[in-house]
Design a binder for this molecule. Structure first.
Ligand code: PEP
Ligand code: MG
Length: 879
């Protein structure tokens, strides 16, 4: 095998498709060479060499040296220069280059090849002695730092002391003679530190630099970055060795960076900056003032367009060629040496989610890519950031604290300080904002159910920020003025104290933490978004419904393109106002008579709710699930709440307490919930079915669109359970039809959320017209892991590498997935036209949706804001 690939000159050994072997930088330099663009000649040592280097214990294969020698000869022939030549020395840059850029790897070394002799040649050739010695000292500094391991600070101190002694303020005021003197001090220091001189031998310089590139693959920062981003060690890095070009030779020289479109918005305007008479590294220095590439109206800052019009127009043509060639928005690095343009870098530019969307759509409209390619290019998760509500402009902001804008969007909710409280509040239908000093993996479950997250410590890359962005929920980090007291469950800023349960609002786009609840406005969706979604809808096969319990949620979801309701959790409809007392009364009733009395109160409320849902979703399917309340979520569990309930129900506290004790369950998630409740208390089914049917009739009359309710029975594992409940539904339907003199078209189906149901799917399908996979419970029961207690140890599983992912977030394809496949197959066998859907949290997760497409489900159902994500994921799943 060979290890060295040439680029520059008229042809290259590699190309852009060889990114894995050559790294991104090397592959693109080769590609640009093949396109005939001006690239300074050089070569890439492959990532395979990197792997071999470590496998062999930091030793190079025997043939590497001779391959490098040949490649250097090639550069010499193309440039007319030689390494170490006292007249025309060849100077080189050395850069690392992995498949994707990895922060923490070796920084570029420039001007390798300078020594006490060649520096004189450089001075003669450029006619600028100061320039030559300034470059030499920079090289010594950088090389000593990255290759020899001597701290930069030692060099900076020498320079500072030298200036102090002579009352010189700025480096720019140091002459060639000054730099020569400083260089002598540098060399003396290196000798002191290492007991050997700074290498004058250029072969020694070269191999030292190459080894540093490969070694930097294993430095601590790079390793940490790889772990954080799941980048395998065996990707390796390449090393790129390239002839130097100088952007600092004269007024016709410059360095620059360009983006072919706006990184922020994706608009087609050239962005970037350039710096005349400068070195590449000057661009990053704080003292430099880079100039814009294009002229901006009304500004007197000169631009490249004005300063170098000829080269600028050449460069523009080149930008177009590169975009057309790569079919993408590009980031370009270039140097102009004495009026000649050289390309040093080209790669797909990083961009904001907003820009990514616009660029994908524009490229398709420009004909560079197809509509499907545009759809494939937008990361579904990134839509999250574009779809969140913001605080209404008209709202007055009462700012409680300020932090960093860590994840966009705004959210209001009740303040909680612990994951357990977050889950507890949410299970009672209340939205929460989770506040922590900082978050850790133990908090992920709480973060998952929270509407927003705020921390007192941490920055943009803190755990809270990274996880929140991943989940697409608003987040403010590092609001340092907040004093959080976990014991008291309170937070203080100055004299203002907020406590658990208080309403707060966070704005993850500005970093504001606000006191109280504020009016939100829905995001304005861009034209590009609408266009892309149009393409998405042409491509996808899976339908996308929403999980919605209120007309507001249903309305938001419909605006996001939901094609019906896949899950209305009727127990959630009781989490408002005083209804909780009525449903509690029903739950604790000891006689059927008592129960019927409490239900008579509930019936009109339910009917009104359903009517509103049917109206909002007119023309689309609506699946309503019968009551499924895990009892512990509905009954009070402390003295105070019990007293309040006793008061509301006008019963004495002691008998209520003993009634609640009698109903205590050791394992409520596996207890008297779902259809089990319906079997003990069929009158509840009858009440709900009646409310649904009466609402269907009146909503149908109102909207003119016939309503076909889909009634879903939860937690079925035995076919007879379903039949028992279905019989009650059917008889209620008959009764209502007779009373109202109106035909009602309805369907009865079941959730598949227990392993036994999945296995018995053939029998169950004989009684069910549809299945909806409840993957929350199905995951809980397949693993035997309590969904409410998983948070405490799933993080450990992931840390230990036992699990790759939290199966409550992304579906466990191997286990839970197999049950879904079995149930789908058996269900279809019994009833070929059975409708199959999913309504667990996984219904909005891109990877899980890909699985649903593969199994051939009919629809996925997810929370309203995830509907567009699900539509896009469903389209991508077919590509
Ligand atoms: C499920 O179990 O996946 C489901 C959708 O129902 P719930 O989350 O209400 O138990
Ligand atoms: Mg369930």
């Amino acid at each position: 095998s060979h290890w060295v690939y040439n680029f520059g000159g008229s042809e290259a050994d590699g190309n852009a498709r060889m990114r894995n072997l050559l790294g991104s930088k090397g592959a693109n330099l080769a590609e640009m060479t093949n396109m005939g663009l001006p690239v300074p000649p050089g070569f890439t040592i492959t990532t395979e060499l990197c792997n071999s280097y470590f496998a062999m214990g930091h030793v190079y294969p025997a043939n590497l040296k001779s391959e490098v020698d040949v490649a250097i000869e090639r550069i010499c022939a193309l440039t007319g220069r030689r390494l170490g030549d006292p007249e025309k020395p060849l100077l080189l840059s050395i850069r690392s280059g992995a498949r994707i850029s990895i922060p923490g790897m070796m920084e570029a070394i420039l001007n390798l090849g300078l020594n006490d002799q060649t520096v004189e040649a450089l001075a003669r050739e450029t006619g600028d002695e100061r320039f030559a010695y300034d470059n030499y000292r920079r090289f010594i500094q950088k090389y000593s730092d990255v290759v020899l391991g001597i701290d930069q600070i030692a060099f900076e101190e020498i320079i500072e002391d030298y200036k102090d002694e002579r009352d010189i303020l700025f480096d720019a005021d140091l002459s060639a003679e000054d730099w020569k003197a400083i260089i002598e001090q540098f060399k003396a220091m290196v000798q002191d530190e290492l007991d050997e001189p700074f290498p004058q031998d250029i072969q020694k310089q070269l191999w030292g630099a190459i080894s540093s590139v490969f070694s930097s693959w294993m430095n601590a920062r790079a390793i940490t970055y790889r772990h954080l981003h799941d980048i395998p060690e065996d990707w390796g890095t390449s090393a790129n060795v390239q002839a130097m070009v100088f952007g600092n030779l004269d007024d016709n020289s410059a360095v620059g960076v360009a983006f072919t479109r706006s990184q922020d918005t994706g608009e087609k305007t050239l962005e970037g900056s350039f710096l005349p008479r400068a070195h590449g590294e000057d661009m990053e220095s704080s003292s430099a003032k880079p100039l814009p590439l294009i002229r901006s109206e009304g500004s007197d800052v000169k631009s490249m367009e004005e300063l170098m019009p000829d080269i600028f127009s050449k460069f523009l043509t080149l930008c177009d060629r590169l975009e057309t060639h790569y079919m993408d928005m590009m980031k370009l690095g270039f140097t102009i040496e004495k009026g000649k343009l050289w390309m040093l870098q080209a790669r797909a530019a990083t961009r904001t989610p907003k820009a990514a969307l616009r660029v994908a759509v524009d490229l398709a409209k420009e004909g560079l890519i197809t509509e499907s390619e545009a759809v494939a290019r937008v990361d579904p998760r990134s839509l999250d950031q574009l779809l969140h509500p913001t605080i209404s402009d008209s709202e007055k902001r009462v700012v409680f604290a300020k932090g960093m804008a860590a994840s966009p969007g705004a959210a209001s909710g009740h303040l909680v300080f612990r994951t357990q409280d977050a889950e507890e509040f949410v299970s009672h239908g209340r939205q929460v904002i989770l506040m922590r000093v900082e978050t850790s993996p133990e908090d992920v479950h709480g973060m998952h159910v929270a509407r927003g997250i705020v921390t007192a410590r941490g920055g943009m890359t803190s755990h809270a920020a990274v996880v929140a962005r991943g989940m697409g929920i608003p987040c403010v980090t590092g609001a340092g003025a907040m004093h959080i007291d976990y014991k008291q469950e309170s937070v203080t800023v100055g004299s203002v104290v907020l406590r658990k349960g208080d309403l707060i609002t966070i704005d993850g786009s500005s970093g504001d933490v606000l006191n109280g609840d504020v009016q939100m406005q829905n995001p304005e969706l861009s034209e590009e978004f609408a266009t892309l979604m149009g393409w998405v809808d042409k491509i996808r096969r899976l339908k996308v419904r929403c999980n919605a319990d209120t007309p507001q949620d249903a309305k938001a979801a419909r605006e996001f393109g939901a094609e019906g309701i896949g899950l209305c959790r009727t127990e959630h409809m009781f989490f408002q106002d005083d209804r909780i007392f009525d449903i509690r009364a029903m739950i604790i009733a000891t006689s059927e008579e008592d129960r019927r009395r409490s239900m008579d109160k509930l019936l009109p409320l339910q009917r009104a709710d359903f009517e509103a849902l049917f109206e909002t979703m007119a023309g689309l399917p609506v699946t309503i699930r019968l009551l499924d309340p895990p009892l512990h979520e509905f009954l009070p569990n402390n003295r105070h709440d019990i007293a309040a309930m006793a008061h509301a129900l006008k019963i004495d506290e002691d008998s209520l307490t003993s009634r609640i004790h009698a109903m205590h369950e050791f394992n409520p998630m596996l207890g008297h919930r779902g259809c089990r409740l319906a079997i003990s208390k069929p009158e509840v089914v009858e009440m709900q079915a009646r409310a649904i049917f009466e609402a269907a009739v009146s909503a149908g009359e109102k909207t003119g669109a016939p309503v076909q309710p889909e009634i879903m029975v939860p937690l079925v594992s035995i076919r007879e359970e379903l039949e028992f409940v279905k019989a009650r539904i059917d008889s209620t339907a008959k009764a209502v039809m007779k009373e109202m003199g109106h035909e009602i078209d309805y369907r009865v189906g079941t959730m598949i959320e227990l392993p036994r149901a999945a296995l018995q799917a053939r029998k169950i399908a004989e009684s069910a017209e549809f299945f909806s996979f409840g993957t929350n419970d199905l995951t809980q029961t397949t693993y035997g892991i309590s969904r409410d207690d998983a948070a405490r140890f799933i993080a450990d599983y992931i840390k230990a590498g036992v699990l790759e992912q939290d199966p409550f977030i992304s579906i466990d394809i191997e286990g839970v997935g197999e049950l879904i496949e079995i149930a789908s197959e058996r269900g279809r066998f019994a009833r070929p036209d059975i409708t199959l859907g999913i309504c667990g949290e996984h219904g909005g997760d891109p990877v899980s949706i890909e699985f649903c497409e593969r199994v051939g489900l009919d629809y996925v159902s997810c929370s309203p804001y995830r509907v567009p994500i699900a539509r896009l994921s469903a389209a991508q799943a077919t590509l």
